[in-house]
Unconditional design. Structure first.
Length: 479
């Protein structure tokens, strides 16, 4: 049963957004620009290829409206496979230096608090004019790549690629849960997919390609990580917590986006264009990861080795699947957060340790991440044969701000997750729950309840052991 809300979580989210350095309201000038764009949208790029005939589809969360990418795949006459990723042309609406752009540059990211989204761009754009909604003609930047037929010489498997503007139309707006259950053989074919044998074949081909991309990344040392996330379903009756797990649909999109981002990074490098890279540095706390593995009976190399770490993770997933999400989370924390950095042409790349790729940027979500919008502008200038719209100093400043705001975003999301859990469990004092111990420290014993998925610390109370999900909200305790 959903719990009743004892206080306004949306108001609490809004205050948290401000406390963490974000601005929840668009300035008047940005609102006026948005209204003008709704009345007079920009003209289509005359050089764009018309690809509306292709069977494009999108897969995202059930409630998502800010759709950044659509996908299409086919098999070439020589047996090789080709993937096309269409990325919403946000730059066509959000010009560099505009009021909307200045706001987005400051915020850098759409905030998902669990009870309300605070968009980086006005929703009339991000969930409307620039969103790749089903049945709508939209401008895109397409990242196209062809995979090697059999043997992959690099971790990417990409034999050739190109990037270009196009006119597209999303033919099927699909959801992770239903498509994933079908692809995994755990659910019926979604209604939209059931009526089209061509769409079924298309999604199966995409899934096969994604699995190949994933296996190649694992072979080169990409980490097999699996964490559990709680999603809050909020309605008039209150809050229900639901656990979110990976499935073939979520992995398909993840694998395609990693491949597309790699293509973009390599293309900018080949063209000697300065850009923003997304990196995870070689972990400084590798010794802690080694200790963690020793405690579970595995000896890792003394020097950081992503392949050895991934082999260890895969083994633990087989041996102890129940605790694997918690082991994954511990490893993620020890690896440290990702960051954005300036990438100068010809300079050595620091790479992405967790993905085991040397070339990686963010380019696939320009509606929701400012770094992706900047990358899109670099690509459009490159395709048009124009100079880069950004100096190296500008890119370095943007990268630093994106990193700082990403840190604040993580803190905000963790805080809201705790608040939501506290409110959701406020009327369940005295209930008993199955749980897994996730850690022990001087502060106490930490556990994760199985259903619902809630992390907390155990403390001794008058009536026995209590689970405290958030100390500020004393109501949220369980016997």
């Amino acid at each position: 049963m959903p719990s009743h809300q004892p206080f306004d979580l949306v108001a609490a989210a809004r205050e948290s957004v401000k406390e963490h350095g974000f601005e929840p309201d668009f300035p008047a000038e940005a609102q006026q620009e948005t209204a003008d764009l709704e009345k007079n949208p920009p003209q289509m790029n005359s050089a764009a290829e018309d690809l509306r005939h292709l069977l494009w589809s999108s897969i995202d969360n059930d409630t998502s409206r800010d759709l950044d990418q659509i996908e299409y795949a086919d098999t070439l006459p020589d047996g090789r496979t080709r993937v096309l990723i269409g990325i919403a042309d946000v730059d066509a609406y959000v010009r560099k230096g505009s009021a909307i752009d200045r706001y987005a540059a400051s915020e850098t990211v759409t905030l998902y608090t669990g009870v309300k989204n605070f968009s980086m761009l006005p929703e009339a754009l991000s969930t409307g004019l620039t969103s790749l909604l089903e049945g709508q003609d939209r401008a895109c930047m397409v990242t196209e790549f062809v995979l090697d037929a059999k043997v992959c010489a690099t971790e990417s498997c990409v034999a050739s690629s190109r990037i270009y503007p196009a006119l597209v139309r999303n033919k099927a707006q699909l959801a992770y849960n239903s498509v994933g259950a079908w692809l995994d053989g755990k659910g019926e074919v979604p209604a939209t997919v059931a009526v089209s044998a061509e769409l079924q074949a298309q999604l199966k081909l995409q899934n096969e390609i994604a699995q190949r991309l994933r296996l190649e990344r694992y072979r080169h040392g990409a980490l097999n990580i699996e964490t559990i996330e709680s999603e809050a379903q909020v309605d008039d009756d209150g809050i229900t917590l639901q656990s979110s797990h990976k499935n073939s649909a979520t992995e398909l999109i993840e694998d395609f986006m990693i491949a597309a981002n790699g293509v973009v990074a390599r293309t900018l490098e080949e063209k000697k264009i300065a850009s923003i890279r997304r990196i995870v540095r070689t972990p400084k706390r590798w010794d802690r990861i080694v200790e963690l593995a020793v405690g579970l009976g595995t000896k890792l190399p003394e020097a950081p080795d992503s392949k050895a770490l991934n082999d260890f993770l895969c083994e633990r997933k087989e041996v102890d699947p129940d605790h694997f999400p918690d082991l994954s989370l511990a490893v993620v924390k020890l690896l440290g957060p990702g960051e954005y950095v300036l990438e100068r042409p010809g300079a050595p790349s620091e790479g992405h340790f967790g993905l085991a790729v040397e070339d990686y940027t963010h380019s696939t979500a320009p509606n929701r991440r400012y770094a992706d919008l900047v990358t899109q502008r670099l690509l459009k200038a490159m395709v048009a044969g124009q100079p880069s719209p950004y100096s190296e100093d500008e890119l370095a400043a943007i990268a630093a701000n994106c990193t700082a705001k990403a840190t604040a975003e993580r803190k905000l999301e963790r805080e809201m997750q705790k608040r939501i859990a506290a409110v959701a469990l406020a009327d369940r004092v005295g209930d008993k729950f199955r749980a897994i111990v996730t850690g022990v420290s001087d502060k106490g014993t930490f556990v994760r309840t199985i259903a619902p998925h809630v992390d907390g610390m155990l403390v001794q109370g008058k009536r026995g052991v209590l689970l405290v999900t958030l100390l500020e909200y004393g109501q949220a305790k369980l016997d």
